[in-house]
Write a protein that binds this ligand. Sequence first.
Ligand code: PGA
Length: 241
Amino acid sequence: MKKLIAGNWKMNGQSSDAILLCRAVRLGTKEITHVDWLVCPPSIHIPLVNDIPKGGQDCSIYGEGAHTGDVSAVMLRDMMCDYCLCGHSERRQNHGEDNETVRNKAEQIINAQMTAIICVGETLDERESGNAFNVVERQIRESMPQSATSDTVVIAYEPVWAIGTGKAATTCDVEKMHNQIRELLKSLVASGEHMRIIYGGSVKPSNASELLNLDNVNGALIGGASLNADDFIAIGQAVKS
Ligand code: PGA
């Protein structure tokens, strides 16, 4: 399976930045076809990002209707998004989203004919108390829609303590966690062997090669480094073809 290199631009930049970044990523990735590229701009900038696979960073748990401020999965699909994130730790922490909310969002995303990137990951306390996999297992079991398949869901393992800190998880920790997640997916979903498991948390050009060439690491979700086209492209280039 091709590795997925996904950029999460978060709430950064003005419209002109989105246009410039999109252009640089589009030009720089055109010849690099051994990975699948994806960018997730802020929702208001999505229409400015074209000719490159794009996704939403989040969506409403509701369909159409009286939900002021929300953006539905169907609207994202209409704006040519192929993917949408859900359950990012910044949503879980800052917006109080629980596993049930994340599952509802994933269902909306799948019903809108997109692929849901379901984000999971433990906090530092949970890791230090030896509970990292238990936390991740529970998040996956409770956030995964019944209808999930390897075509409609990607799991993003993002340890909370590694996000935006510059301190990525070690190769050893990532390998162990992804292998455990793989076994869990095989027991949960018929196509679990083929479901992508991508890693996120301080991925940068200097650590991309060691992290992204592990067997059960099927790509990366990149925050900070995805705002610099050269860094983002270098991360994809680090994947062995
Ligand atoms: P980071 O963010 O690469 O800046 O650590 C990753 C993410 O939040 O998806």
